[in-house]
Design a binder for this molecule. Structure first.
Ligand code: KG4
Ligand code: ZN
Length: 338
């Protein structure tokens, strides 16, 4: 079964052709980093307009690269939320139009569920597993028992981890998106130059908090500007911040595995592209006999292949899940059900 996946929940316009849930024939992603960089974050109105300009070309490219025509598609899977409403509506309306014209089923996909199953594009992971979904919009820990059966164990109480990377980079004048640029800046730095806080680490809770960590970076920058700590470099700050964020994420993942008696972890979402996080979690989990599965970076950040994958498995599980193309709507807030 050939599935066209469409994803426009934030600032990536993406389309992919995936066969039987996991065989990727194309995975086209047009990002908008250049558009939002001057603002240090995504501007929703601009994002929606750019999706409109790009969606047609992106779908065309996905079809061409997969060497298939519209009539070769059996199913369309589209992100319906959570996300920026003006962005979601672009992908959704194109998907509705195509499904209606082609007379094929349309499956609504929760963006977060796409992240949770993105690992299947690469390898099979046995259920149950713990999933850390960590991006610019969410930092969640889920217990995943099977397709469609998840329980939320913890989430951020304020900023998402990726959002903290973005805001810290903005404060430091490093550009957008913050994750990759903080990681790069941190390479020459000493993370021990300044001891950053590890919020909520001491408690049993599996929730996260990153706003205090972000504020402590701001306070340090102010001190440095005032000449109090002139020896602290940008590289030291980036390294110290990254170290604290990674430490919190890894510690909570291991705590959740222990509490839930799980021996497999999937890490996904944009922040899972971070090399220090990838390396640290592998190392600390291995010491405890826990298997770690992380998609390659292109499947960690927003993409449509993961949407096609989740849509396919949902449809296999329950063909009634297909939507009424005339009435399907987008939702800015949408919890993962199950
Ligand atoms: O999953 P994603 O592409 O979009 C959302 O659903 O948010 O994640 C984007 C987020 C951004 O906040 C970005 O700064 C972060 O992921 N990110 C990283 C890295 N690459 C992307 N964070 C840390 N290190 C990275 N290498
Ligand atoms: Zn995402």
């Amino acid at each position: 079964m050939w599935v066209l996946g469409i994803e426009t929940s934030c600032d990536e316009t993406a389309a992919a052709l995936v066969e039987d849930g996991t065989r990727i024939h194309s995975n086209v992603i047009a990002d908008q980093a250049d558009l939002h960089a001057p603002y240090g974050g995504v501007v929703p109105e601009l994002a929606g307009r750019r999706h409109i300009e790009q969606i047609d070309r992106v779908i065309q490219q996905a079809l061409t690269q997969a060497n298939v025509s519209l009539s070769g598609i059996d199913l369309i899977a589209v992100t319906v939320g959570p996300g920026l409403i003006g962005s979601l509506l672009v992908g959704l309306n194109v998907a509705r139009g195509l499904a209606y014209t082609l007379k094929i089923p349309l499956v609504p996909v929760n963006h977060l569920e796409g992240h949770l199953f993105s690992i299947f594009l690469q390898e099979k992971v046995e259920f149950p597993y713990l999933a850390l979904s960590v991006s610019g919009g969410h930092t969640d820990l889920y217990r995943v028992d099977s397709i469609g059966h998840f329980s939320l164990l913890g989430r951020t109480r304020d900023d998402a981890a990726g959002e903290a990377f973005d805001k810290v980079a903005k404060m430091m004048g490093l550009g957008y998106p913050g994750g990759p640029v903080i990681e790069k800046t941190a390479r020459g730095g000493n993370p021990a130059t300044h001891q950053f806080p590890r919020p909520l680490l001491e408690r049993d809770s599996l929730d996260f908090s990153f706003s205090g960590l972000k504020t402590s970076v701001r306070n340090l920058l102010i001190k440095r500007e005032g000449g109090v700590v002139p020896w602290v470099s940008d590289a030291d700050i980036a390294a110290g911040f990254q170290e604290a964020a990674v430490d919190v994420l890894v510690t909570k993942v291991l705590r959740a595995c222990e509490q839930e008696n799980l021996c497999r972890v999937v890490v996904t979402g944009g922040v899972a592209a971070n090399g220090v996080l990838r390396e640290r979690i592998q190392m600390r989990a291995r010491e405890r006999g826990i298997g770690v599965f992380i998609p390659q970076p292109v499947f960690c950040t927003d993409n449509a292949a993961m949407i096609a994958c989740a849509g396919y498995f949902r449809f296999q599980e329950n063909p009634d899940r297909q939507a009424d193309v005339l009435y399907l709507d987008a939702q800015a807030t949408l919890p993962v059900d199950g």
